[in-house]
Design a protein around this ligand. Structure first.
Ligand SMILES: Cc1cc2nc3c(=O)[nH]c(=O)nc-3n(C[C@H](O)[C@H](O)[C@H](O)COP(=O)(O)O)c2cc1C
Length: 164
């Protein structure tokens, strides 16, 4: 089985999460291409998709949303798992609020969507980002829980290997 794992990160936390998921999928014997959404030109030949994005201002990045628009029909025709990385503890499970990650992703109806906690390191942000994050009440710190990511990646891999 060939899987496309694509994740959009501004400051690296989502990249780290995606790398752990890729590791779990590969450990289960799945073939995984891991790229950024803006670098994907073609999705021919993939059996399933894992899409992820950092959350900024309650939304997925433009690049992640654009990917879901460009490949909406392939995404509708194949199993899709989605993950977000943010700080506000968005609910796990089916997506309910179209403004959070975009109406297009809603239409894809993923098998599962999960939000992993990210990190807020003011030192790597520009003034605008820092101000917005502080106004949003973000707590400084690294909340990445790679054990939780590993567990989710393993469960996606198990579902794929067992034929959904
Ligand atoms: C300007 C700004 C806006 C943010 N907005 C949200 C938000 O709306 N919801 C949320 O859960 N996290 C929000 N966050 C937290 C980020 O999602 C978190 O820092 C995440 O780890 C970023 O991932 P990245 O390092 O892959 O870019 C925001 C962070 C910044 C700097």
């Amino acid at each position: 089985m060939k899987i496309l794992l694509t994740a959009s990160s501004r400051h690296g936390a989502t990249d780290e999460v995606a790398a752990v998921i890729a590791e779990q999928l590969r450990a289960a014997g799945l073939e995984v291409d891991h790229t950024r959404p803006e670098d994907v030109a073609d999705v021919e030949g993939y059996d399933a998709f894992v899409l992820g994005s950092a959350v900024y201002m309650t939304r997925w990045t433009e690049e992640a949303v654009d990917f879901t628009r460009r490949f909406s029909s392939a995404l509708r025709d194949h199993p899709v798992w989605a993950f977000s990385v943010g700080l506000s503890g968005l609910p796990k499970g089916k997506i309910a609020d179209p403004y959070r990650i975009g109406p297009v992703l809603l239409s894809i109806d993923p098998e599962d969507h999960i939000t992993f906690p990210g990190r807020f390191d003011p030192g790597v942000l520009n003034v605008r980002e820092r101000t917005i994050a502080r106004m949003g009440g973000a707590t400084e710190g690294d909340f990445l829980d790679l054990e939780a990511v590993r567990a989710w990646g393993a469960s996606v891999a198990a579902t794929l290997c067992n034929g959904l």
